[in-house]
Ligand binder design. Structure first.
Ligand SMILES: [Zn+2]
Length: 451
């Protein structure tokens, strides 16, 4: 009888249960076991060239930004089979460095355990866990059903892979209000961004704080938590570190949608190679998701009086304003700089976290084809800010922010948003149309009057 039990054991190991091959049930999923995260310091022009060459040559090293200038610190994710080679390279060229993480998969596994199960009812939505696309959309629909007088579901249309791009319009009523547009989740792996956008919605609808209630009623709101739904969905099934959309180009997929907007497209800080993480696309505005946003914003910038545009990203703890493609200053640079610094100050007072503020070009790295440059430069929306949320620039976790940080991150971001709107209001950016024709906001010569 022993042979029968051995045979049964063998069968169960080979086929799982009831004869179905176990292999067929396992979906291919990227793994990062023993993947290391390094932070290197580029001490010289030789180091800069070395890492520029490495980025071009190796797809085993994922760069967070590009090697640009001596003195720069650069974070690089190195896959397990390359760590010995990489370490050798650092020794050979005397590159000072530290290892931020030795086993990235452990972090990802922990992060996946913080995701609410599929089918979690919308009345159990919270900010202690991460939620998948279906759950976020179900929650938005639930809000529109519960509060139809205030919340309207808005669908920008379908994505490359046919998913809807859903958001909400929140309007408590009031004549001739200006609107705030919040774009979030354009980079798929930055999970804290959709979580923060939904927190904004929750606060605007349900806060008991009189100041927040007044703020909510002072503007209309257009909030889109996941403008790259294909990419976001893929981070749960395929690759937690996926950034781009899911368009197919030969052997590689994905356009970085935040490099695809039709304004000074592909001039700097973007790649022409579909296999790179910052591929700008085959042409300006080539992607369906970009087109949906562009069309909606063009159609509504005047009718909704959109004067404020906020985009949510992670990580690095920055509050940035245009431009990204040039060091040239926008016409209301001084206002945006002051407002950004006050918003960062508000965060420091609230949570102690340090956020830096400045133009995209000054604070993070040059990049072109971003939504902020387009909306400010082309549609002339004057108050345009982009957050890089937690963690800090030298984060050991990169985009894998623990769920216990969702609420503190989102609430400090919301406090900063309050400051941005209060300060922009004080500077005259939200005056009624009649008033703005008579009075120009403090240091802005043309931006807010021309739409
Ligand atoms: Zn991003």
């Amino acid at each position: 009888m022993l042979w029968i039990s051995r045979l049964l054991l063998l069968l169960s190991l080979t086929f799982g249960h009831l004869g179905a091959p176990a292999q067929a049930q396992v979906q291919a999923q990227a793994r990062y076991d023993h993947t290391r995260i390094y932070q290197v310091e580029l001490a010289s022009a030789e180091h800069v060239q070395l890492f520029q060459a490495l980025e071009l040559a190796s797809d085993s090293c994922s760069f967070m930004g590009h090697a640009r200038v001596p003195g720069q610190k650069l974070t690089i994710m190195v896959t397990s089979h390359k760590v010995a080679d990489f370490d050798d390279l650092l020794q050979s060229y005397n590159v000072s460095h530290r290892v931020l993480n030795h086993d990235f998969q452990a972090l990802i596994d922990a992060n996946y355990r913080e995701v609410a199960p599929k089918g979690t009812p919308p009345d159990q939505f919270d900010w202690r866990r991460y939620f998948q696309l279906d759950s976020i959309y179900a929650w938005l629909e639930h809000l529109a059903k519960q509060r139809p007088e205030v919340v309207t579901l808005v669908d920008l249309g379908s994505s490359t892979q046919g998913l809807p791009i859903k958001g909400v319009r929140i309007a408590f009523g009031g004549e001739n209000l200006t609107s705030v547009f919040v774009e979030s989740g354009i980079h798929a792996r930055e999970w804290i961004a959709p979580a923060t956008a939904t927190y904004f919605i929750e606060q605007l609808l349900n806060s008991k704080d009189a100041a927040v209630q007044a703020l909510a009623r002072s503007q209309n709101w257009l909030i889109f938590p996941t403008v790259n739904p294909d990419g976001y969905r893929y981070t749960f099934k395929g690759d937690r570190m996926w950034r781009k959309n899911r368009s197919l180009f030969g052997i590689c997929r994905g356009v970085d949608l935040n490099r695809n907007f039709p304004f000074h497209w592909n001039v700097t800080g973007a790649s022409g190679d579909p296999c790179r993480y910052d591929y700008s696309g085959p042409s300006a505005g080539s992607e369906v998701e970009t087109q949906r946003l562009v069309q909606f914003l063009k159609d509504h910038v005047q009718s909704e009086r959109i004067k404020t545009f906020i985009s949510l990203h992670s990580y690095s703890q920055l509050i940035m304003f245009p431009y990204g493609h040039t060091p040239e200053r926008v016409e209301n640079y001084e206002d945006l700089k002051e407002i950004g610094q006050l918003a960062a100050q508000r965060i420091k007072e609230k949570s102690g976290r340090i956020y830096r503020s400045g133009s995209i070009y000054e604070t993070i790295y040059p990049s072109s084809g971003g939504s902020k440059d387009w909306i400010h430069g082309l549609l002339q929306v004057p108050i345009t800010f982009s957050y890089e949320l937690r963690g800090p620039p030298d984060s050991e976790d990169l985009f894998i922010l623990s769920a216990e940080e969702i609420e503190p991150t989102a609430s400090e971001a919301f406090a900063a948003l309050q400051t941005i709107l209060e300060e922009a209001g004080k500077r005259g950016y939200y005056q009624s149309e009649a008033a703005t024709t008579d009075q120009t906001p403090s240091s802005s010569s043309s931006s807010s009057n021309s739409i």
